[in-house]
Design a protein around this ligand. Structure first.
Ligand code: ADP
Length: 230
């Protein structure tokens, strides 16, 4: 699936808008937080400390959301490192193991005899692979509790590129979802942000690579990340 120029503009604009909105919202939140803390002894006397506690918790939650949003939409300067793909993948799989165990997903990683190296910003590419694996786990959860979920991770060399494939046997996507999944804010999840894949797309593109997707509704999905070999 090709991302259009329109989407790229939207992403660049999203970064700028979110930075200024986050800033503008944080200031009043800080003021509200301070005054609630000043009022807290009075509320306690009235037997309403619970209200103060809820207000403070919710303000902190709003701040967390803004922070996460800023983090995912602001492009930071890439720090390139040469690393074998297999060690990168092993590290990411380790990060997802406890969640996979909890959700009853098996993650299989294909071992490769020949190490293929890539030059990448490790933090950014880890985020991409993590996003895709988390989506795979969500798609598996979406099928139902007795479904034995499997995620297959493989690598192969293809011309100038290294391909990383992440395949799940989750619920798959219909045509509408498939055509919009890289759009910023497109989500089919109740508490989704719809930012994971749009940010991932931009990161891979900035690395000179590309992402493609195959999906069959009711069967599963396969993401393929292609990155230039060193
Ligand atoms: P979010 O996860 O917050 O919804 P994403 O940008 O990561 O945002 O994903 C956008 C949408 O793409 C998801 O809401 C989901 O509908 C769809 N999607 C992504 N990965 C998969 C997958 N492996 N299987 C099925 N649907 C997927």
């Amino acid at each position: 699936i090709e991302q259009t120029a329109y989407q790229n503009d939207k992403l660049a604009m999203l970064g700028r808008i979110s930075a200024s909105i986050a800033h503008e919202i944080r200031n009043p939140l800080t003021a509200i937080r301070g005054f609630i803390q000043l009022l807290r002894p009075h509320l306690l006397q009235l037997g309403k400390d619970e209200y103060a506690r809820i207000i403070l918790t919710e303000i902190d939650r709003a701040n967390d959301i803004i922070y996460e949003f800023l983090n995912s939409s602001k492009p930071s300067a890439p720090q390139m490192t040469v690393i074998p793909v297999s060690s990168l993948l092993k590290e990411v799989v380790l990060l997802t193991e406890s969640e996979a165990l909890m959700k009853g997903c098996q993650i299989h990683m294909e071992e490769r005899a020949v190490p293929i190296a890539v030059s990448i910003d490790v933090k950014q590419i880890k985020q991409v692979i993590l996003n895709i694996i988390k989506n795979a786990m969500d798609a598996i959860e979406g099928v139902g509790v007795d479904h034995s979920g499997e995620i297959q991770i493989g690598t192969q060399a293809a011309g100038r590129y290294v391909q990383i494939s992440i395949t799940d046997n989750g619920q798959g996507m219909d045509h509408n979802t498939l055509s919009r999944l890289f759009d910023p804010f497109f989500t089919t999840k109740e508490s989704g942000t719809g930012l994971g894949l749009s940010v991932s797309y931009r990161i891979i593109k900035n690395h000179g690579g590309f992402i493609s997707v195959n999906s069959v509704k009711g069967k599963g999905t396969s993401f393929m990340i292609s990155l230039p070999q060193v």
